[in-house]
Design a protein around this ligand. Structure first.
Ligand code: GLN
Length: 455
């Protein structure tokens, strides 16, 4: 823990951490030392990790990278946090992200990183003039720059996979419902999932095994599946594995350097005994409008709780209750969050609900059905995580073009399928490229096996 805290201090310019409390970390570490000495070491005893600042924690402040929650401290730990603590992990601190996990660059954080007086962008350690991806950007940077050996992230539409890809690390979003959402600050509840990000599939498997499991009293969407050892298949042979390659993931818009790295990885899989099967995911393009209707709709409802009354920021000056709400929310939320609340409120409003929200729900089901049709022909699906490598900070000024960059991660999110990002080389400018692997429901061990064999 001391080693990683020292590294975090030496690399504050990257902006990865938003909260560090050395005393709290060392107290947790000492408690683990005592358990080890007493002969009752948990499986991950003493492993230092850090959490995306979307998970509420008792020992550290929790902000969701929003001014709305600046200085907030939760009276309880998220289930994922307490499960990892029960497994023996020690918390190094909290990691930067896009505000309420909305974004794909980590440029939407409203909280100054540790060691910075003002809000700064999180920087990609491979090229500090570039974005780390998002929304779990601080998480990806912490692992890539070795400021933590492994971390948690959350993925609603790609927020684990895309920053993992941009920073050259491994990350997995499990099947929706595998990990409890209790204590994970909600963005879009039907899509939000927690998952680990680490250097290797093996490390991800260790963390994921500790994170998952039913939580029926606290998250009604957590699945009634017992905890699993996701490391169990890591070294299995890939002989005979059928890897589906969706044509729609390789169309125009995919950068040549990303295509080349992904193609090379697919060739590697053939050498490992797998067969490549051309498949179709015909509604891939629709996943962008569908997601950007459904996720804001759910967000507009989830974020109504930030009203200045129960917790978080409250405007200092106001004339009456309505004015207090208005000023509190105007001051507390950043631009992207406000944009999503407005879109979400619009698509849920009378007269538009049928035209937008209901249509999007129907297409969401069709996207899930397309995957089931594809899984008749293949065991796993492989393709790029993102159309390009990490782009320069400040270069995405148009929200729609940044939404379009989510095209390859959104389909699996909408279908609730597990997906992961595996580093498979470098594109132009020595920037990392990730391969996306998507599996059918509950196939995490298989995905991690395929990733491990490539590493
Ligand atoms: N980039 C997507 C968005 O902005 C995904 C974010 C996420 O997965 N949390 O909504």
């Amino acid at each position: 823990a001391q080693h990683f805290l020292a590294r975090a201090r030496d690399h504050q310019n990257l902006g990865a951490y938003v909260a560090i409390d050395e005393a709290a970390t060392l107290a947790q570490a000492r408690a683990q030392d005592e358990k080890i000495a007493a002969g009752s070491a948990a499986p991950l005893a003493g492993v230092p990790i850090a959490h995306k600042d979307i998970f509420v924690t008792r020992d550290f402040p929790t902000t969701a990278a929003s001014r709305m929650l600046a200085g907030y401290r939760s009276p309880f730990d998220a289930t994922v946090v307490s499960k990892l603590a029960d497994a023996g992990c020690v918390t190094l601190g909290k990691l930067n992200c896009d505000e309420f996990a909305m974004g794909g660059t980590n440029e939407n954080s409203a909280i100054p990183a540790v060691g910075c007086d003002s809000v700064q962008p999180v920087r990609n350690p491979w090229d500090t003039t570039r974005v780390p991806g998002g929304s779990s950007g601080g998480s990806a940077v912490a692992v890539a720059a070795r400021l933590a050996p492994a971390v948690t992230g959350t993925d609603t539409g790609g927020s684990i996979r895309q920053p993992a890809s941009f920073c050259g690390i491994t990350g997995i979003k499990p099947t929706y419902g595998r990990a409890s959402r209790y204590g994970m600050i909600a963005f879009a509840s039907s899509l939000d999932q927690a998952g680990p990000m680490a250097r290797s599939a093996e490390d991800c498997a260790l963390l994921l095994s500790a994170m998952c499991g039913p939580d029926p009293d606290r998250d009604s969407t957590s699945l009634d599946r017992p905890a699993e050892d996701f490391s169990r298949n890591l070294t299995d042979s890939l002989d005979g594995l059928r890897i589906g390659v969706p044509a729609e993931f390789f169309g125009e818009g995919l950068a040549d350097d990303v295509r080349a790295a992904v193609d090379a990885a697919l060739k590697e899989y053939e050498k490992l005994g797998a067969t490549l099967v051309p498949i179709a995911l015909p509604r891939t393009e629709l996943s962008v409008p569908v997601y950007y209707i459904l996720a804001p709709a759910e967000a507009s409802s989830n974020l109504s709780r930030f009203d200045g009354v129960r917790y978080g920021h409250r405007a200092q000056q106001y004339s009456d209750l309505l004015d207090m709400y208005k000023k509190t929310r105007a001051e507390g939320f950043g631009d992207e969050v406000k944009r999503r609340i407005m879109i979400g409120t619009y698509v849920l409003s009378e007269g538009y609900y049928d035209a937008y929200y209901l249509q999007a729900q129907k297409i969401r089901r069709m996207i899930a059905d397309d995957f089931q049709a594809a899984f008749q022909q293949c065991d796993l699906i492989a393709g790029p995580v993102a159309p390009t490598t990490a782009w320069p900070l400040g270069s995405q000024t148009d929200p729609v073009s940044s939404y379009l960059a989510d095209i390859y991660t959104l389909p699996a999110s909408l279908a609730g399928l597990p997906g992961m990002s595996v580093p498979v080389g470098f594109g132009n400018g020595n920037l990392p490229v990730g391969l996306q692997l998507i599996g059918n429901y509950f196939s995490e061990a298989r995905l991690l096996n395929a990733a491990h064999r490539l590493q």
